[in-house]
Design a protein around this ligand. Sequence first.
Ligand code: UTP
Length: 292
Amino acid sequence: MRKIKKAVFPVAGLGTRFLPATKSMPKEMLTVIDKPLIYYAVEEAKKSGIEEFIFVTGRGKEAIEDFFDYSYELNAMLERRGKKEDLDLVNALVLDPGQVVYTRQQEPLGLGHAIWCARHLVNDEPFAVLLADDLILSDVPCLKQMMSHYESVGGNMAAVTNVPKEATSGYGILDIEGALDNPLVKAKGLVEKPTVEDAPSTLAILGRYILSPDIFEELEKKRKGAGGEVQITDAFQRMLSTHPFHGYQFEGERFDCGTREGLLQANIAFSLERDDLREVTLKIMRKLAKEL
Ligand code: UTP
């Protein structure tokens, strides 16, 4: 099994659930405290050993490219003013030349289509996919946890978590073989956004994947699924007879930053994790709780 070196970051969606903020800025640039969501995803990939970063962008997403680039004017100004700490912060963002590549999805036709747009950059090796709006707080990066299990099973894999029954209609849901007590569960079927009554389980797919490059052949067919979009879950289902699908129940907490509630929760949870913000966050929360 080849080492997973490449990660795809699909960032071409419209982010309509975050209007008006996303009218003129990418959803992936929304911040949790002082870092954009996409930076957390890139940091997770780096810490998991990823060496090549492939962004699938679209119209109006230039801010993401600028963010990971060297800003000559800003660096010169910070140097002149002797702002060493700020310089270190901005220099840490820059991805090495040749380590990052951008391609475009001209029309947001769905996540499956966005991933297919990266086919010539990934070629024929297993690769990771990270969706920035799923932010994960964990001791060991979620992708790294998945990588350590991928080698033994191959095929396609996604991070999964149990969601309340009434939330199943918003996710790709697994029909599983056997019990749920092992972190790695094998699917005998998958369904994208089932009705609550039809959901085969409450185990939902999140935005972390390790995929076989054979998935490009399936995505090439551009079959439309739920919402008229090319759904990655449908590709997993169609490949099941030749490529096993495993869900990995990771250790950590996930925040759905594609929703207002999730982004708010993430801001509070990440502040409580930070030495410079923990006390002030608790103070604010106590004050607000007293006033309720
Ligand atoms: P979402 O399903 O959250 O869709 O995409 P969205 O368009 O970004 O947001 P809403 O639902 O309108 O609010 C999950 C991830 O997949 C990417 C998005 O950019 C996001 O990172 N995506 C989605 C694409 O790159 N292309 C697509 O066609 C759809």
